[in-house]
Structure formats: structure tokens, C-alpha cells
Write a protein that binds this ligand. Structure first.
Ligand code: BTN
Length: 250
């Protein structure tokens, strides 16, 4: 299978995880760029150590590529990828009005239909695997958050084709970090909850404040009532705008 933009695609009927396959390939010297696409994953992996239910009908794909940028800017790839997914859904289903939830979830009406898992899988040169799971035909059951699927009779191949083209464009714009200010601006224009109230759970305590921006390393900037800014790098963050959206949808 070859996409119009020219990136080769290795297709698997069934595999443990396309991100794990990218890591194995990088260990044998593969530099990409290439896509790994699976109809089904037996060990799909998500953020925060969660598993990613990967039954046939949805898109499970990983883009493996090399960069010469330092590891300090590699975290920015998460935002590049989320924008590429946003572009993809906007192009294929313009009526769905997707929004991005920090750092890289893409949601429709407050429900998640896509997860992105970027990982550094090799060094010299740095190899990056961007894993994308997009609910095309169906949404999994029993998730700890609301989920949805694109539906509308889309074919997984069309979604991958569009994603490939958008990811190529966004990676060019990012330019290994030199264009991050443009990525940050576009990401902010599509982000949920920016300027609104957020609660971040940091170990045993909750931190309340306003989501005031995105730092160069991808951290969420939470500004407290005393004006003090805290950079949140990972973990659970609750957004008042998203909670209101989900309540409205119930
Ligand atoms: C998340 O938890 O939001 C990220 C989910 C990422 C899932 C994709 S599916 C393709 C690739 N292979 C994996 O094992 N995970 C990613």
C-alpha cells in the first residue's frame, strides 16, 4: 500500500502494537519515514499506562520518522500530531467541529474519538513514533471518559491518506522546532478550556487556576489566583469548559 504523499505503509492484519513495532524497527536501524498500520492490535497502548482497545474497524497507525532536533523540542511533536488529526477531521467531516484537549486528545462535543501517543524509539538519529488511534467505525465501551466515533461510512484508508497529508504539512511547518510558535498559535485556536478554569491533580493535592497558555516544552501553564504560574507536564487536568460541555451533552 502506498499513500499519495509517498510515505510507504506496512500493513498488519493483527499485531501487538504499532508503536512497539516502530520501536523494534528502530532498534534494527529503520529511520522511516513510514507508516505502520494494523487492522487490530492485541496490546494497544495508550497514555498514562492505559491500554487502547483496538478491535477491527478503527484506525491504528504509527508514523516512524527521524529528526536531527534535540530531545528538548521532541515533546512539541504531540501538538503537531494533534493538529494533524484536527485538520483531518475538519477536512473529512467539517460538520463535526473537533476541539483539542491538552495535550493531544481530539474531541467531538466533549467526547474523545482519537488518542495520540508520541514516543522516542531510537537515537542517533533520534527516531520518533507517533501512534494514532482514531475511532472510525465504533467507540470502545467501558472507558473512564465519554467516547465517540467518526462514523459516516468513512474508510480507514481515506482517514490515513488525509492524516498522512496533514501530518506532513504540519511537520514541515514545525520545522523541527523552528516553527513551534506557529504550531502553538494554531493549537491554541483549537484548544478547549484556554482562558478558563482548570484543576490539575498533582500527587495528593489539587491545584486550581486559569489555563493561560502552552510553554515551549508543551507544558500547560496554570496561573493561580495569586498570579503564580505553574507548568504542568503530565497527569490529569480537568477543564471547566469541558465539564460544562459534557453536562450539556447528557
Ligand atoms: C491515548 O491514550 O490517548 C493514546 C492512544 C494511542 C493509541 C494508538 S493506536 C496506534 C498506536 N499503537 C499503540 O499501541 N498505541 C497507539
Amino acid at each position: 500500500m502506498k499513500l499519495k504523499t509517498g510515505h510507504p505503509v506496512r500493513h498488519f492484519d493483527r499485531i501487538d502494537s504499532t508503536n512497539l513495532e516502530a520501536r523494534r524497527l528502530a532498534e534494527t536501524g529503520e529511520r522511516g519515514p513510514l507508516w505502520l498500520l494494523a487492522d487490530e492490535q492485541t496490546g494497544g497502548r495508550g497514555r498514562l499506562g492505559r491500554n487502547w482497545v483496538s478491535e477491527p474497524g478503527n484506525l491504528y497507525a504509527t508514523f516512524l520518522f527521524s529528526v536531527s532536533a534535540g530531545l528538548d523540542v521532541v515533546a512539541q511533536v504531540s501538538f503537531v500530531a494533534a493538529l494533524a488529526v484536527h485538520d483531518t477531521v475538519t477536512a473529512l467531516c467539517p460538520h463535526l467541529a473537533p476541539r483539542i484537549k491538552w495535550p493531544n486528545d481530539v474531541l467531538i462535543g466533549g467526547a474523545k474519538f482519537c488518542g495520540v501517543l508520541p514516543e522516542v524509539v531510537g537515537s542517533a538519529p533520534t527516531r520518533i513514533a507517533i501512534g494514532c488511534g482514531i475511532n472510525v467505525a465504533h467507540a470502545p465501551k467501558g472507558t473512564p471518559y465519554p467516547v465517540t466515533a467518526l462514523g459516516a461510512g468513512l474508510a480507514v484508508e481515506s482517514v490515513l491518506q488525509e492524516l498522512d497529508s496533514n501530518l506532513s504539512n504540519r511537520l514541515k511547518l514545525w520545522d523541527e522546532g523552528r516553527g513551534f510558535s506557529l504550531i502553538r498559535k494554531d493549537w491554541a485556536a483549537r484548544a478547549l478550556g484556554l482562558g478558563g478554569h482548570v484543576t490539575a491533580t498533582l500527587g495528593p493535592k489539587d491545584l486550581h487556576g486559569t489555563f493561560t497558555g502552552l510553554a515551549a516544552d508543551g507544558a500547560l501553564i496554570l496561573t493561580g489566583p495569586d498570579g503564580q504560574a505553574t507548568h504542568i507536564h503530565s497527569g490529569e487536568v480537568r477543564f471547566a469548559e469541558l465539564e460544562a460541555l459534557r453536562q450539556k451533552a447528557q
